[in-house]
Each structure stands twice: as structure tokens, then as C-alpha cells.
Design a protein around this ligand. Structure first.
Ligand SMILES: *Cc1c(COP(=O)(O)O)cnc(C)c1O
Length: 394
């Protein structure tokens, strides 16, 4: 452990309370620290390494692209961008894609698109965007203003105006939508950071119906739920709805930074040349990582296997819940799972770390597990054994 301690006066800004762990290598579901100790990584780098660490097809594609061209700017055509956009459009309800570099930037693009579509295309003065309590949409000024959590906004006032937060999964609150006459609604279908809270199916349907009826854009933040995390490519597919705008990022590049929004043709009219842009967005390396990741996920039966593995893990956790008193609730979809525990979730995460297993929290009493979609039953079994030890000692 000695080598894992951080230097005393760090040149890094004080933005993260880091675990006492320094990772040096990763392959599949495992990572190794600088002492060559092996850990089971059921965080997937926070829903980024959905194909595990260093997946071979992505590595090969990046190695090939490295020899060709890295960056060109968006003043010129980038063939990989078109290919990746085509693949995203073919496999979603959307028609047009804008590339950026992160989740927050994807949501920024969605927010800008909604406002501009409303004002320039529809010619209305409706600019409000409805989001939900406990949501998480990012750390930039607009996306933290969209986020329905005070702790994320604390100290950053004044916020970007134009956001109102309604209670999540609350049927009655939807009645306010008409009165508020927003240009868009933005939501996560499973609130990730906010505690792994899946949206109620009837509520989402009702929300979607109101949006269709009132001409409100329905924007889903699939930054954590997308790219196979829930056992389907996008979480909205579980709900029988068709959003107007989908934000994605995390899992899209297997660790290479890339984000995007996918919009239906009508909503996409909100942007014209000059309305939005990004220097790095969709650069040749990023779209190469995205294409290889998406092709890999779509070509095999990874999605079906992930769904099955999710069921298996849920069942194993339910068995554990029956055995132990310290688990209150298990929730989530596919391989995005929250375990509500008695006591402090961070203590449990620290104990799991001692057992060489990486997991996350999602709030004070929720453990969040995000195994790679490519995990095995053996890895799940070993994870369950660890959780039994860790939760028993809690
Ligand atoms: C992670 C996340 C974001 C922010 O993504 P960054 O890449 O960190 O900017 C936004 N929304 C959701 C739902 C997320 O999980």
C-alpha cells in the first residue's frame, strides 16, 4: 500500500476524494495497481468501459487510426463521423447526430438545440426546460443548472436560468407540465448518480404522451444508461417511447472521450451551420473508438448476454438480501444496479476495496454496481462472495 499514497502537496486541484489506489493496467473485468495487485472492476470506470478494459477490437482500430490521422477540425469531412452517425441512427429512433467530447457537452448541446428549435424554428418564446429532482446532467454551468440536486449547485450561483425541477416518478406533478409550457423535458430513465432509481413505466408513457400532445421535446439523458448498460442499446427501448433527443457519452468510446446527441429530424432543424460546434468533437480518433465499440456491441450477442447477466446478478443479489439483514432494496435495469443498504455505502465500498473489488456509491446509502457487459458468471459469483463478506462485517 505504501506506494499507493498520494504525495502530500498535490499539484492537482482538490476536486476528488480519491481512494488510496493507483491503477496501472486493465484487461477485461480486471485492473492491476502499481504493486501488481489484481482487482475485480465492477465500476467499468463509471459506465465507460462497457466492453471491459482495453477491448481488442477497439485497441486495434485505434492503433490503425493512430498511423493515419489524429485530428483535422470539423471544417473538413471526417469519414468515421458519418459512419458512426449512420450506425447510431440505424440503431435508434433518431435521424441526426452531433458529436462532442463528454456527457455534459452532450447535454449542453441538447439544451441549446431545444432552446434554438423553440425560438428559431417554432417561433415561440417558450424556453423553459423541465428536469427532475435527484437528476444528474453534468458539471458545466448549464448542466448543473439542469441537475436537480442542490449539492451539485452549491456555491455556483447564479445558475443558468430556464430550468424547473419536478418530482421524479410523480404522476400528479405531470399536470403542471401544461401550465409550465416548457420547450423540452430532460430526464434520465434510470437516475444514476441520484441513487439508481428507474423511472416508472406508466409515468414515462404518460410523460411522453403529454410531450407529443403539447409539442414539447422529450430529451433522454442516456449518458449512463446508454450503450448497452441496461441490456438494450438504449434504456428508452425498455419503455416503448421515442425520444426527440438522446444524449450519450460514457460507454461510447470504451474510454476514449466522446459524446453525442442523436435527434429526430424535426428537432435537429434547431441547428444550422454556425449555431453550435466543437473543436475536438468527433475527431478521427474519437469516432474510431466509437465505431469499434458500437460495432462490437452490435455484432455479437453482447446485449442479450448483458441482459441475461443482469438477471443473473439481480437474482444472486436477491438471494443475498434474503440471507443478510443489511440489504434493504435492490433496484436498476440490466447491469446498472443499486443496492440500498443499512448504514453507510462508502464504508462498504472501502471494505470491498480491501477485498480487491471495485464498486461505487450513488448517494449515502446506495451501492452502485456497473460490471462490464462482457463479465462472466464466474466473475459475478466471485463478486457475490465478496459482497457477502463485506456486508456481513458491516
Ligand atoms: C456522467 C453523467 C453525465 C456527465 O457526463 P461527463 O462526461 O462527466 O460530463 C451527465 N448525465 C448523466 C446521466 C451521467 O451519468
Amino acid at each position: 500500500m505504501a506506494n499507493n499514497t498520494s504525495i502530500q502537496l498535490s499539484p492537482l486541484m482538490n476536486t476528488y476524494a480519491r481512494f488510496p489506489l493507483t491503477l496501472a493496467e486493465g484487461k477485461g473485468s480486471y485492473v492491476w495497481d502499481i504493486n501488481a495487485d489484481k482487482y475485480l472492476d465492477f465500476t467499468s470506470g463509471i459506465a465507460v468501459c462497457n466492453l471491459g478494459h482495453a477491448p481488442e477490437p477497439v485497441k486495434e482500430a485505434l492503433e490503425n487510426q493512430l498511423k493515419k490521422i489524429w485530428h483535422t477540425s470539423n471544417l473538413y469531412h471526417i469519414p468515421g463521423q458519418k459512419k458512426l452517425a449512420e450506425l447510431l441512427v440505424e440503431n435508434s429512433c433518431g435521424d441526426r447526430v452531433f458529436f462532442c467530447n463528454s456527457g455534459a457537452e452532450a447535454n449542453e448541446a441538447a439544451i441549446k438545440l431545444a432552446r434554438r428549435y423553440s425560438q428559431k424554428i417554432k417561433g415561440t418564446d417558450s424556453v423553459e426546460i423541465i428536469t427532475f429532482k435527484q437528476s444528474f446532467h453534468g458539471r458545466t454551468m448549464a448542466t448543473l443548472s439542469a441537475t436537480g440536486q442542490e449539492k451539485i449547485q452549491d456555491g455556483f450561483f447564479p445558475l443558468v436560468p430556464g430550468f424547473q425541477y419536478l418530482p421524479y416518478n410523480d404522476m400528479e406533478a405531470l399536470e403542471q407540465l401544461e401550465e409550465l409550457a416548457p420547450c423540452a423535458v430532460m430526464l434520465e430513465l434510470v437516475q444514476g448518480e441520484g441513487g439508481v432509481i428507474p423511472a416508472d413505466e406508466k409515468w414515462v408513457k404518460a410523460l411522453s404522451d403529454i410531450c407529443t400532445e403539447k409539442g414539447i421535446l422529450l430529451m433522454v439523458d442516456e449518458i449512463q444508461t446508454g450503450i448497452g448498460r441496461t441490456g438494450k442499446l438504449f434504456a428508452y427501448e425498455h419503455y416503448g417511447i421515442e425520444p426527440d433527443v438522446i444524449s450519450i457519452a460514457k460507454g461510447l468510446g470504451s474510454g476514449f472521450p466522446i459524446g453525442a446527441i442523436i435527434a429526430k429530424e424535426e428537432a435537429a432543424r434547431g441547428f444550422e451551420p454556425g449555431s453550435h460546434g466543437s473543436t475536438f468533437g468527433g475527431n478521427p480518433l474519437a469516432v474510431t473508438a466509437g465505431l469499434a465499440t458500437l460495432n462490437t456491441i452490435l455484432s455479437g450477442n453482447i446485449l442479450e448476454e448483458a441482459a441475461k447477466l443482469g438477471d443473473y446478478l439481480h437474482n444472486k443479489l436477491f438471494e443475498l438480501k434474503k440471507k443478510l439483514g443489511s440489504i434493504r432494496e435492490i433496484r436498476g435495469i440490466g447491469l446498472l444496479i443499486g443496492i440500498v443498504v443499512e448504514g453507510n455505502a462508502l464504508d462498504i465500498v472501502n471494505k470491498a476495496l480491501q477485498q480487491k473489488t471495485l464498486i461505487l456509491t450513488a448517494g449515502p446509502n446506495v451501492i452502485r454496481i456497473l460490471p462490464p457487459l462482457t463479465s462472466t458468471k464466474e466473475e459475478i459469483n466471485s463478486f457475490i462472495d465478496t459482497m457477502e463478506i463485506v456486508l456481513q462485517s458491516n
